[in-house]
Design a protein around this ligand. Structure first.
Ligand code: PEP
Length: 249
């Protein structure tokens, strides 16, 4: 049985004060939510506040990105060890906004995954197709390339420490959610890729989250799909009540 994960991605939102306020409201809502892992990916500037606010709770903190080098002359970058140092346990890698707006390639994603694993940070690796690609029947091909290039050179043991998020780009921040059937179909395809590359039990145990306009009113249908093991939630994770409802689906 795969343990569900509900992860929030705050993107470039929230000051330190707003972070503290969020946790004050959110913690009581999920205090007895032991059915899933709860993760919040906060901006770098409030990671310390988020870790402190979540202390002693069942909520883990993630970064939204990282650089692959341990240290050096890389102005503006953040190393894996720096994230561990402030108390992060997870990090997003390859979010579509990084890929689209900041030129993140599958090769960079691959280096970031390896760097995260080297310091025991759990990577939540995002893959997904754009609207034109779906309309041109390229979804499986795009996903396959992102998967094979992103996970190149990983051992089955390393792969077993990864979490995947399927996020169709056309559903992110658009209010347009993939139907549970579409999500289920792609998740099953991804599990097949995992099986072909890394075998069992890695594929069977791989947790695949769905992301793209997840809201309190559509989470249940998505979670009912056999291969959907959780959600990566953007907009609806900014509000304690709505994220609390999603966690308690
Ligand atoms: C995301 O940021 O990963 C995301 C899925 O955003 P939203 O839920 O707002 O579509």
């Amino acid at each position: 049985m795969r343990r569900p994960i509900i992860a929030g991605n705050w993107k470039m939102y929230k000051t330190a004060r707003e972070t503290v306020e969020f946790f004050e409201q959110f913690k009581p809502l999920v205090k007895i939510s032991h059915h899933c892992d709860i993760v919040i990916a906060a901006p770098f500037t409030v990671l310390v506040d988020a870790v402190k606010a979540a202390e002693g709770s069942n909520i883990a903190i993630a970064a939204q990105d990282l650089f692959w080098e341990a240290e050096g002359a890389y102005t503006g970058e953040i190393s894996p060890l720096m994230l561990v140092d402030v108390g992060c346990r997870y990090t997003l890698v390859g979010h579509s906004e990084r890929r689209q707006l900041f030129g993140e390639t599958n090769q960079n994603v691959n280096k970031k995954i390896k760097a995260a694993l080297s310091v025991n940070l759990t990577p939540i690796v995002c893959i997904g197709e754009m609207l034109e690609e779906r309309e041109a029947n390229q979804t499986q091909k795009v996903i396959q390339t992102q998967f094979l290039e992103g996970f190149a050179g990983l051992t089955a043991q390393a792969f077993s420490r990864i979490i995947l998020a399927y996020e169709p780009v056309w559903a992110i921040g658009t209010g347009r959610t993939a139907t549970p059937e579409i999500a289920g179909e792609v998740h099953e395809y991804i599990r097949g890729l995992a099986d072909a590359s890394f075998g069992q039990p890695g594929a069977r145990n791989l947790r695949i989250l769905y992301g793209g306009s997840v809201k309190p009113d559509n989470i249940k249908g998505l979670m009912a799909q056999a291969h959907v093991d959780g959600a990566l939630v953007g907009g609806a994770s900014l509000n304690a009540d709505s994220f609390g409802s999603i966690v308690n689906f």
